[in-house]
Design a protein around this ligand. Structure first.
Ligand code: HXC
Length: 523
């Protein structure tokens, strides 16, 4: 073959390849893309364009095809088998991705679709880089049968292998039904787009048939429901573009893997900044609420915090902040909701956050203002003992630097639960407004001095008198400080400076524990 002829043949093959690639990249075609846009949803490729730095996306396995001949699939082409997989850079850092495309056979998951996802998950684990899934799928590809279920099984297995090793984020950007909900549930963080996404085990039709309940898709499993009622969704967003932007923001706080350094931000705040606004933030009356988020923002670099599960278990706040450019995980009681009490949901929310931070070497800052655990049959029967134990376990097993600041109430078992010294806090500070006691003064006197109060000519006056004495002894930080149970009492405005000094002092903390297979956290 002459050189010219060979060149022409090669060029022809390249042209063929480019034509095929372009056709595959169109996924379900113009009509389906228009339908997707009508629903205010982007296609997988449009989402990837927003997500990755320009021209950094490398597609993996574009040419994979399904191999099922069942129920008409023998003559059905499903471009890219309904999922775009690959890797690229997000603000200069490598991230692996699987983005289902609803335009291509409803993004349904068959054997080969699943294997494409396995491939990028395996690559992410090997490369020790974050894995992001953008879900938009009708679920298991019905025509293929059990290989689809096998496909999900392999994803769940990989989610579990990757857990605590690389960060895993899932965005729900369309339907997610049945067992398909469990890959998101196994991931670290779940984002949901309001109005266009839903996730549930069984949809409204089955719900109606089985228990006669009438409910819409959105009420049952929309972003708002999961962000405020179930706690399944960590971040509810307004649109696809908002979703991509918020995922990028979250990634900016996370290391690539548990073996990677924490990402450092350039936009550092002033290390010497005194937060004078904190000196007056605690109300005179101990039962008045105040804005704990203001405290978190004061302590954070540039007043920025990334809050998770903001609308669920609002009596506790979990958020990432940066302090001198480095990520820190904040857990704080929120006196604005149920006085910041600990209950089942708050315990779950905080425990999972603590374990994430510990797995990825993110230091923990705990801000305590907790009146106790929520009493009553509702909480007892919901298992507050079991759930509350998670918090004790999570804090105790965490070996990252742990700093605690008691702003006001720290009562009873809840005092212990909010990263007290005996749960391994490296340093516990209290503001002069702190009340550290087994219980509130009145309740304590009612038990300890029951007989004296009953016998007194004016029982109410006697109760008050005894309560004042109890308060003077215990409802302040001095008794705890005198025993070294807290390490220091500080002026609130000084808190940021102290935290900066402590994080610096503790940055090489290395704590080894008894060797064993793994803990058995109460679940
Ligand atoms: C095969 C599917 C599919 C599926 C959608 N499609 N879901 N193909 N298997 N699960 C296809 C449709 O046939 C159609 O193909 C295209 O995707 C677009 O779907 P439409 O129905 O036209 O879209 P829409 O009207 O927007 O409705 C979306 C939907 C509906 C509500 C999600 O498609 C639907 O009900 N799908 C089935 C949902 C389901 O029951 N999945 C199985 C869940 S059980 P054409 O060729 O016409 O474009 C499950 C078990 C997992 O997932 C267990 C894991 C452990």
């Amino acid at each position: 073959m002459s050189d010219d002829l060979q060149k022409a043949t090669t060029q022809g093959k390249i042209n063929d390849f480019q034509k095929k690639s372009l056709s595959l990249k169109l996924m379900g075609g113009e009509k389906q893309i228009a339908k997707q846009h009508e629903l205010k949803k982007l296609t997988a490729r449009e989402r990837l364009d927003l997500f990755f730095d320009k021209d950094t996306f490398q597609e993996v396995q574009l040419f994979v095809e399904h191999r099922s001949g069942l129920f008409g699939l023998d003559i059905k082409e499903i471009p890219a088998d309904g999922v775009v997989t690959g890797f690229g850079k997000v603000n200069g850092r490598v991230v692996f991705i699987a983005a289902q495309d609803f335009t291509s056979s409803g993004g349904s998951l068959g054997e080969m679709h699943a294997k494409k996802i396995w491939k990028v998950m395996d690559m992410a684990i090997a490369a020790r880089k974050p894995f992001v899934a953008l879900n938009d799928s009708g679920g298991a590809r019905i025509q293929e049968g059990v290989p689809s279920l096998e496909g999900y099984g392999g994803i769940f297995y990989r989610n579990t292998l990757a857990s605590g090793y690389i960060p895993q984020i899932t965005a729900i950007m369309g339907p997610t039904a049945g067992g398909a909900v469990y890959s998101p549930a196994l991931a670290d963080w779940v984002f949901m787009v309001k109005g266009s996404s839903y996730m549930y085990i069984t949809g409204p039709d089955v719900v109606k048939a089985v228990i006669g309940e009438e409910v819409t898709h959105d009420e049952l499993g929309g972003a708002v429901a999961h962000a405020s009622k179930s706690g399944v969704c960590h971040v509810a967003v307004d649109s696809d573009a908002d979703c991509i932007e918020k995922i990028k923001q979250l990634l900016s706080y996370l290391p690539d893997s548990c073996h990677s350094p924490l990402p450092l931000s350039d936009g550092k705040d002033n290390a010497e900044r005194i937060c004078t606004e904190l000196d007056t933030i605690i109300p005179d009356k101990s039962n008045r609420a105040y804005d704990m988020k203001k405290i978190i923002k004061s302590l954070a670099d540039n007043g920025e915090m990334f809050e998770l599960q903001e609308a669920w278990a609002q009596n506790i706040i979990v958020a990432f902040v940066r302090i001198m450019g480095k990520p820190v995980g904040v857990i704080a009681n929120n006196p604005r909701f149920a006085a910041g009490v600990l209950n089942v949901d708050a315990s779950d929310k905080a425990s999972r956050f603590i374990r994430f931070c510990d797995a990825f070497n993110i230091p923990l800052l705990t801000l305590t203002d907790v009146p106790g655990y929520m009493p009553g049959t509702h909480q007892e029967w919901a298992g507050i003992i079991r759930h509350g134990a998670k918090l004790l376990h999570a804090y105790s097993e965490a070996t990252v630097p742990k700093i605690t600041v008691i702003t006001r109430k720290a009562y009873g078992g809840a005092y212990i639960g909010m990263c007290s010294k005996q749960l391994g806090a490296d340093y516990v500070m209290a503001w002069p407004t702190a009340e550290i006691a087994v219980m509130g003064a009145e309740g304590a006197c009612n038990i300890v001095y029951r007989n004296e109060i009953a016998k007194a000519s004016d029982p109410e006056a006697k109760r008050q008198e005894l309560a004042v004495a109890y308060e003077e002894k215990f409802n302040n930080p001095y008794f705890a400080a005198s025993l070294g149970i807290i390490d220091e009492i500080i002026v609130p405005g000084e808190t940021r400076r102290r935290i900066i000094a402590l994080l610096d002092a503790l940055k090489d903390k290395a704590e080894s524990r008894i060797s064993k297979k793994h803990n058995n956290i109460p679940l």
